[in-house]
Design a protein around this ligand. Structure first.
Ligand code: ASP
Length: 450
């Protein structure tokens, strides 16, 4: 059994939806389909989800949302007309109106309720179209199917364990099951959405629940590239990559799947296949637990801005039991996630993301490090980017670090931090933010011999 998830660009208009349906029908193993909301039809267009957010925001500020809602209805009207399923439109309009006029007293839950309707209406529409062309399909509501979520302390949606057992029943459905992505229900019966791009997570959860043979993620590129294609012309395609490699690259800004979407398939060893709706014969990229082949020594290179370093010194630090843990405890209490911790004999550097380390937090933390942990000096440097070289095959080869470091030095890029984990699957370089893209290009040229 295959779970196929289609992204917003694959569902942007009737032409795209017909392609999606052809893909679904071309393989009898595609029984459970997850859909996003219709995305952009052109560069300047607006995604249905963004139109819905505008509806909710207008409502929450006490203004009329009629024009915003009309824009959403117009998108669905056009698609229904083109697909000759006009009789489905009243149900879609009613669904949208019910959500927009629902209870606004909890602003976040209201926003979730409205923005989930992009996916919800899309699933209604796709199932109606498939049925109209002779292939019985049903809209699977996440509440009836048992996809239950809760919000964690940070407001992030988290799946409740029982959902997997509930959702397993989908595999017995006689009709094709069309499932809206991006949202589930809280135990209070109200909608909870994942963060943006979260339909990928729904697809992965369903793949895990039915123990699918593969999770197909249909998008608008032939494959994932070894480097961001806006930085390098015709970069090397990745045909196969492990979950671990993907995770490392995603960490440094590779945005292929939603960050949280790998986990449900990773724990069950279900391969993910990224494919192109506009070119289904392309090979795509497979994300797997064990690779069958290596096309290159390095799998991918990525760089991300937005980090900082906190360097703390204390004479005889290595003799003082509990010093590092007292620093980490303070950071935990202040809600700062830690990214890396390279250390020396009398100093330790903590790398964190700037977005969590606001100037107000900085004052509090520096004071607490000095007064509570008795640090001698605390220095913050807010200008750090992380560049990662990732590749499982590097483990068995000699000299990559030397080649990478000398290429960067020949290009005049100062290395502030160098880190290679014992797993040898990745190397991390810390550079000044202004060098991020340049460093990625230099490394690509060196390591892919381009
Ligand atoms: N429609 C939602 C978004 O635009 C979720 C998704 O497409 O995955 O973020």
């Amino acid at each position: 059994m295959k779970i196929a998830k289609f992204g917003g660009s694959s569902l942007a208009n009737s032409f795209q939806i017909k392609k999606v349906c052809e893909i679904i029908l071309s393989d009898p193993d595609r029984r459970i389909i997850v859909v996003s909301a219709p995305g952009k039809r052109s560069k300047e267009d607006i995604k249905v989800t963004d139109l819905l957010i505008a509806v909710a925001k207008a409502a929450l500020s006490g203004e009329s949302y009629d024009s915003e809602l009309d824009a959403v209805i117009e998108r669905y009207r056009e698609i229904c007309d083109d697909l000759n399923i006009e009789d489905k439109l009243p149900e879609i309009i009613q669904t949208l109106k019910d959500a927009a006029s629902s209870d606004t007293s909890d602003e976040n839950r209201y926003l979730d309720t409205v923005k989930a309707m992009g996916e919800d209406c899309c699933a209604r529409l796709v199932s109606a179209y498939l049925t109209s062309i002779g292939h019985p399909a049903r809209y699977c509501n996440p509440k009836e199917s048992g996809l239950f979520l809760e919000k964690d302390a940070a407001g992030k949606a988290r799946i409740l364990g029982e959902s997997y057992d509930n959702l397993e029943n989908l595999k017995y459905s006689k009709e094709l099951c069309i499932f809206p992505g991006f949202y589930g229900y809280g135990k209070d019966g109200r909608i909870i959405t994942f963060s943006r791009g979260g339909s990928d997570i729904t697809g992965s959860i369903l793949a895990g629940a039915v123990n699918a043979d593969v999770y197909e993620n249909w998008t608008d590129v032939d494959n994932v590239f070894a480097v961001n294609p806006s930085l390098v012309k015709n970069p090397f395609p990745i045909t196969e990559i492990t979950y671990d490699e993907m995770r490392e690259l995603a960490y440094a800004g590779f945005s292929v799947l939603h960050e949280e979407a790998l986990y449900p398939v990773y724990v069950r060893g279900i391969p993910v296949h990224i494919r192109n709706t506009n070119n289904p014969s392309a090979k795509g990229t497979r994300i797997v637990s064990e690779r069958t082949h290596y096309d290159s020594l390095v799998t991918g290179i990525a760089g991300e801005r937005g980090f900082l370093t906190i360097t703390v010194t204390k004479y005889l630090m290595n003799h003082e039991v509990g010093f590092i843990s007292s620093l980490l405890k303070i950071l935990a209490e202040e809600g700062i996630p830690i990214e890396h911790i390279p250390s020396g004999i009398d100093s330790i550097t903590i790398i964190a993301r700037k977005k969590y380390f606001t100037p107000e937090k900085e004052d509090i933390i520096v004071n607490r490090f000095r007064n509570e942990a008795r640090a001698e000096s605390v220095k913050i440097d807010r200008d750090l980017a992380i560049v990662m070289i990732v590749g499982q095959a590097m483990e068995k080869s000699v000299g990559i670090m030397a080649r990478a470091a000398s290429a960067l030095s020949a290009a005049g890029i100062n290395l502030r931090i160098v880190n290679q984990g014992a797993s040898e699957i990745s190397m991390m370089f810390g550079v000044a933010e202004e060098y991020t893209d340049y460093a990625v290009r230099v490394l690509y040229k060196e390591l892919f011999r381009y």
